[in-house]
Design a binder for this molecule. Structure first.
Ligand code: HDD
Length: 716
C-alpha cells in the first residue's frame, strides 16, 4: 500500500488538509511551510531572528547617512540570495504551468502489462502534469502558435513513471541527433534573437523544407491544434512508441493517448494573436480558475497496442515518431482517467523544479528502439543535471513516494542522510541487495538484436508524405481553410524568397489545392500539378470536430454579461442564474467597476451590481461568449461607447455565441451589421451565426449557442 511505503506523513500534514489521502501531497507537505503564518518571525537562513530587514547596517546618525558595512551578514545574505534566484530555464518548453491530481483505472490492462499502475483498478496514483509551449522563453505568451507539451509524472508505488508527451501525436524528426538542429531553427534567430515564441520566420521554414520528414508534423502545427483554447481542451500523446510487458513475459508495442472530457477546442488565430498581448497568462490562469472552482480537468487515458509479432505488418515503421498509428488499424483502448484537482502551492519548487525523464519507467513498461526515444533517454537526465543538479530526484516534487535506496552518494545539494557503512554492493552486511523479480525488481526484456554498426534507418523511415496527406484529408473544410491561412501567415513572415517558394513546392507533395492557395497568398509560383497524387485516404479522430464530447457542455465557459446604468435586471438575473446553474462562469462587465443600477432601481435602494470588470479592463478575447441584456438607458449608453461596440463586433468576428434580449437585440445586430430580422411567434430568433436574439429571455437557447460556440467556430 502506498500509505505504508510513504515515509511518515507528519502531524502538520493533517493540519494542512484534513482528510487528504494523496500520498504525494502528504509527502510534499513535510517540506512545506506557510508564508502566511502570522506567528512566524523573519529569520536568516541560519535561523537567527531579525529585527530589521529594511536598513543595511551603516555608520549613520539622525543628521547624516554614512557608509554601509560589509559586516552586515543579514543584508549580504538577502542580496546574495536574490542575486542567485534564477536557474537556467528549460532549453525547450521553458514556459509552462502544472497541476497535481490522480490517475485511476477503470479497466485492467493485465493482458498486456504487469505494471501496477495499469492493472490495479483500486489504486489512485498521484500525478503531476506540466503543460508548456516549446519555443518561447519563460516569459513568453501562452496563446502563441506552437506545439504544447503534455508531461505527466505518475508517482507510482513502484517508482516514478514519466510520459513526456505533446498535444500533437507525431514529431518533426526521426532521430534524436537532429534535435539541436530543429530547435535552433525554430528558436529566435542567432544574430538578432528574433522572433520570440514564433515559427513564423525564415530559419524554421528553411529547416522544414530541408527535412521532408518534418512535413507531417508541420501540418499539425499549422492546424488549430497548435492554438488550443485551454490546456484542459487538448489531447496528450506519448508520441514515441514504448513497450508493455505482461506477467507471461510477452512484449507489446504501445502508444499512450489522453483525450479530454471537454473535447478538443481551439482559438481562432486572430484571438490567439491578440491574447498574446492582452493576456499572456491566459492558459495558466484558465487552469487555475477551473481547478479552484472545483471544475477538475479530466482526460480519458488510452493505449494502442501492437503485439511484438506484428511489428512489421504496417506500411510505416511503428518505431518512427513522425508517424501516428491510425485508429482504424490500431484502435484506442481507453482504460483509465487522469484528473487534475490541485494547483501547486509554489511555482518555483513545484513547477520550475519539476523534472521529467523519458527513461523513468516502472516494471511492466519498457522502452523501444525508436531512435528518437533512445536519444531522449540520454537528453532528459543530462538536462536536469545542468538545470537542477545531480541530486534533482531528491527535490520534493520529484521524489518518488516509494522507498529509494542505493549507493549513489554525495554531489552538490545532497539532502538525504544515509546512515551506516554500506555504500557499495556487495557488502559484508548484505545490506540493500538488488531486488528479485518477485520482490518487484525491474526485469529487462531479453530483446533479440542483430545488425551491423552503421548510421542507418530502416527503409520505411524514408517515406514522409503519406500521413501528411492522411491528416490533411481527415480534416473538415474549415479546418483545412485554417491550415491555408496559417501557412499563409507564417510564410508571409519569411522574407527570403528561397524559403517561401520552396515551401509552396513542398505542399505539392500533400495536396495541389492547398499548395495553390498558399502559393498565391505568399507570392510563390502557383503550381499547376501535384508532385504526388493525393491518396484520398482519411483516418478517424484526427479532425478535432470528432473529439467533441458526446454531450456538449458549457461548464467552465467564461461568459461576459455586458451591462450599463438602467439595464434590464430580469434578463440579467435570469441568464446569470441559468449560466451558473450549468457550470459556466458569468462575469459582469460594465463601463466602470463601480455600482451600476438596473432600470427602476434608485441609488438609495441599496441594490445595484458591482461589475467584475470594466470594458477597458478586459477584452472580448478573454471570454467564450457574451450576453447583453436590454434596458432603454443601458443600451443608449452602450451604443455611444465605442469599446462596447468593439466587444460585440470582435466576439462576432471570432465566431462566439452572442445573446441579446429586448433593446439589446437591435444593438447587437447593428454592431455585427446583421440584416434586420422579424421574430418568430415565440419571440425567438437563433440565426446561423451563433447570435441568439430574443424579445424575451431564452436562457436555454443561449446556452445551446454557447455550447456550440467553439464548435460553430470550427464550422465557419
Ligand atoms: Fe523533449 C523537454 C516533449 C523530443 C530534449 N520535451 C520536453 C518537455 C516536453 C517534451 C513536454 C517539457 C517537460 C517539462 O514540462 O518539464 N520532446 C517532447 C516530445 C518529443 C521530444 C513529445 C518527441 C517525441 N526532446 C525531444 C528530443 C530531445 C528532447 C529528441 C533531445 C534529444 N526535451 C528535451 C530536453 C528538455 C525537453 C532538452 C528540456 C527541459 C527538459 O528536457 O526537462 O531535454
Amino acid at each position: 500500500m502506498a500509505s505504508e511505503i510513504l515515509y511518515k506523513a507528519t502531524e502538520t500534514v493533517q493540519k494542512v488538509m484534513p482528510g487528504e489521502h494523496d500520498v504525494k501531497f502528504a509527502q510534499m507537505a513535510t517540506s512545506t511551510k506557510d508564508s502566511q503564518d502570522t506567528k512566524a518571525r523573519i529569520t536568516t537562513d541560519w535561523g537567527t531572528k531579525q529585527i530589521n530587514t529594511d536598513d543595511w547596517l551603516a555608520v549613520a546618525t539622525e543628521d547624516k547617512v554614512g557608509p554601509s558595512l560589509l559586516e552586515d551578514g543579514f543584508a549580504r545574505e538577502k542580496i546574495h540570495r536574490f542575486d542567485h534566484e534564477r536557474i537556467p530555464e528549460r532549453v525547450v518548453h521553458a514556459r509552462g504551468a502544472a497541476a497535481f491530481g490522480k490517475f485511476t483505472l477503470f479497466e485492467s490492462a493485465e493482458d498486456v502489462t504487469s505494471a501496477g499502475v495499469l492493472t490495479d483498478t483500486k489504486r489512485e496514483t498521484p500525478v503531476a502534469l506540466r503543460f508548456s509551449t516549446v519555443l518561447g522563453s519563460r516569459g513568453s505568451a501562452d496563446s502563441v502558435r506552437d506545439v504544447r507539451g503534455f508531461a505527466v509524472k505518475f508517482y507510482t508505488e513502484e517508482g516514478n513513471w514519466d510520459i513526456v508527451g505533446n498535444n500533437i501525436p507525431v514529431f518533426f524528426i526521426q532521430d534524436a541527433m537532429k534535435f539541436p538542429d530543429v530547435i535552433h531553427a525554430g528558436k529566435p534567430e542567432p544574430d538578432n534573437e528574433v522572433p520570440q515564441a514564433q515559427t513564423a520566420h525564415n530559419n524554421f521554414w528553411d529547416f522544414q523544407y530541408l527535412h521532408p520528414e518534418a512535413t507531417h508534423m508541420f501540418m499539425w502545427t499549422q492546424s488549430d491544434r497548435a492554438i488550443p483554447r485551454s490546456y484542459r481542451m487538448m489531447q496528450g500523446f506519448g508520441v514515441n512508441t514504448y513497450t508493455l510487458l505482461n506477467a507471461k513475459g510477452e512484449r507489446n508495442f504501445v502508444k499512450f493517448i489522453f483525450t479530454p472530457e471537454l473535447g478538443v477546442h481551439s482559438f481562432v488565430w486572430d484571438e490567439a494573436l491578440k491574447l498574446a498581448g492582452q493576456d499572456p497568462d491566459f492558459h495558466r490562469k484558465d487552469l487555475e480558475e477551473a481547478i479552484s472552482a472545483g471544475a477538475f480537468p479530466k482526460w480519458k487515458f488510452g493505449i494502442q497496442v501492437i503485439p511484438e509479432a506484428q511489428e512489421q505488418d504496417f506500411e510505416f515503421d511503428i518505431l518512427d515518431a513522425t508517424k501516428l498509428w491510425p485508429e482504424e488499424l490500431i484502435p484506442i483502448r481507453y482504460i483509465g482517467q487522469l484528473e487534475l484537482n490541485r494547483m501547486p502551492d509554489e511555482y518555483f519548487t513545484q513547477v520550475e523544479q519539476l523534472a521529467f525523464c523519458t527513461s523513468h519507467i516502472v516494471p511492466g513498461i519498457g522502452l523501444s528502439d525508436d531512435p528518437l526515444l533512445q536519444g531522449r533517454n540520454f537528453s532528459y537526465q543530462d538536462t536536469q543535471v545542468s538545470r537542477l543538479g545531480i541530486n534533482f530526484e531528491e527535490l520534493p516534487v520529484n521524489k518518488p513516494i516509494c522507498p529509494v535506496m542505493n549507493n549513489n552518494r554525495d554531489g552538490a545539494m545532497r539532502h538525504t542522510i544515509t546512515k551506516g557503512k554500506a555504500n557499495y554492493w556487495p557488502n559484508r552486511f548484505e545490506a540493500h541487495p538488488p531486488a528479485t523479480a518477485q520482490e518487484g525488481g525491474y526485469v529487462d526484456y531479453p530483446e533479440k538484436v542483430a545488425g551491423i554498426k552503421t548510421r542507418l534507418k530502416s527503409k520505411k523511415f524514408r517515406e514522409h508524405f503519406n500521413q501528411a496527406q492522411l491528416f490533411y484529408n481527415s480534416l473538415s473544410p474549415p479546418e483545412k481553410a485554417h491550415i491555408v491561412a496559417a501557412l499563409g501567415f507564417e510564410l508571409d513572415h519569411c522574407d527570403d524568397p528561397v524559403v517561401y517558394k520552396r515551401m509552396a513546392d513542398r505542399l505539392c507533395e500533400i495536396d495541389l489545392d492547398l499548395a495553390q492557395h498558399v502559393a498565391e497568398l505568399v507570392g510563390a509560383d502557383v503550381p499547376s500539378e501535384a508532385k504526388r497524387p493525393n491518396h484520398g485516404k482519411k483516418a478517424k479522430g484526427l479532425s478535432q470536430l470528432e473529439l467533441m464530447p458526446a454531450e456538449p457542455t458549457i461548464a467552465t465557459r467564461r461568459v461576459a454579461i455586458i451591462i450599463a446604468e438602467g439595464y434590464d435586471a430580469i434578463a440579467y438575473n435570469g441568464v446569470k442564474a441559468a449560466l451558473t446553474a450549468s457550470g459556466a462562469v458569468p462575469f459582469t462587465i460594465g463601463p466602470k467597476r463601480s455600482t451600476i443600477f438596473a432600470a427602476g432601481e434608485s441609488k438609495s435602494s441599496g441594490k445595484g451590481v458591482v461589475p467584475d470588470h470594466h470594458l477597458e479592463g478586459m477584452r472580448s478575447t478573454m471570454f467564450d461568449s457574451i450576453f447583453v441584456p436590454g434596458g432603454v438607458d443601458a443600451i443608449a449608453t452602450l451604443r455611444k461607447n465605442g469599446r462596447a461596440l468593439h466587444w460585440v463586433r470582435e466576439a462576432f468576428g471570432h465566431l462566439k455565441a452572442i445573446g441579446a434580449t429586448g433593446e439589446a437585440v437591435a444593438f447587437v445586430r447593428d454592431a455585427c451589421q446583421l440584416p434586420g430580422v422579424s421574430f418568430s411567434s415565440s419571440g425567438e430568433v437563433v440565426d446561423s451565426y451563433g447570435v441568439v436574439t430574443a424579445s424575451q429571455v431564452h436562457p436555454e437557447s443561449f446556452k445551446e449557442a454557447v455550447k456550440m460556440a467553439k464548435g460553430a467556430k470550427d464550422f465557419v
